[in-house]
Design a protein around this ligand. Structure first.
Ligand code: SF4
Length: 192
C-alpha cells in the first residue's frame, strides 16, 4: 500500500471519510478501472483462498506468504485516485472478498462496517441539490425518504446526485412508501 492511500484509509478509520472520497472523486466513476495498475492482471491473485471478511489478517498473511506480493505490489503502484476509487467502490458494493487498495478482505472488514454505519448529512444535502456524491445505503434511504415526504424536492436533481435514472428514483420512492407503515392520525384513522 502506498503511504498516500494509507493516510486516506487511516483518516477514514478515524471517522473522517472526506479525504478518501475526495481522492476517489478525481477518477471517473465509469472509467476509473481503465487506469488501474491491475488492468489485465489475473483477477484470481486478488482473491487469496484463505482470506475473507471473518478471517484474521495476520493469519492470512502468514498462510499466504509471498503469494501476496504480486497483488499487493500492483496496489502499491496504483495511482492514488484509482486506488481510492477502487476502495470506495468496494465499500459501496459491500464487497466482502478480494484485495482492494492494498487491503486484504479481512483487513477491509472493519472499514466496511464503518462505511455502512456512516451518516453524512452533508452528503445527503448534496444529493438533494443534484451534486453527485458517493453515499451508503443509509444515506440513500434518507434521500428517498425525504423525497417521499416532500413534494417540493426535485427528482431530477436527486437522480443526478445518486447517479441513477429518474424512473428508478420513483421506483425507490414507491418501494419506500410500501415498506413504511402509514402514520396514524389523532382520531386513530390512518393518514395516507
Ligand atoms: S488498488 Fe489494487 S485492486 Fe484496486 S485497481 Fe489498483 S491495483 Fe487494482
Amino acid at each position: 500500500m502506498s503511504t498516500e492511500i494509507g493516510e486516506l484509509i487511516q483518516a477514514a478509520h478515524g471517522g473522517d471519510w472526506s479525504p478518501l472520497l475526495k481522492a476517489a472523486s478525481l477518477e471517473s466513476e465509469r472509467h476509473w478501472a481503465e487506469n488501474a495498475q491491475c488492468l489485465g492482471a489475473d483477477p484470481e491473485i486478488f482473491s487469496p483462498l484463505s482470506d475473507g471478511p471473518r478471517e484474521i489478517p495476520e493469519t492470512v498473511r502468514r498462510f499466504q506468504g509471498i503469494s501476496l506480493n504480486r497483488p499487493l505490489n500492483f496496489c502499491a503502484s496504483c495511482p492514488v485516485a484509482v486506488a481510492a476509487r477502487c476502495l470506495v467502490e468496494s465499500l459501496r458494493l459491500n464487497d466482502e472478498y478480494g484485495i482492494r487498495a492494498g487491503m486484504l478482505a479481512s483487513e477491509r472488514s472493519p472499514l466496511r462496517h464503518a462505511w455502512q454505519r456512516r451518516f453524512d448529512e452533508e452528503a445527503v444535502s448534496a444529493v438533494l441539490r443534484g451534486v453527485p456524491v458517493t453515499v451508503n445505503e443509509g444515506e440513500r434511504a434518507e434521500v428517498i425518504s425525504r423525497l417521499a415526504g416532500d413534494p417540493t424536492l426535485n427528482a431530477d436533481h436527486i437522480a443526478r446526485g445518486l447517479g441513477i435514472p429518474r424512473k428508478y428514483v420513483w421506483q425507490l420512492v414507491r418501494d419506500h412508501k410500501k415498506s413504511s407503515p402509514p402514520v396514524a392520525s389523532a382520531s386513530g384513522a390512518d393518514v395516507a
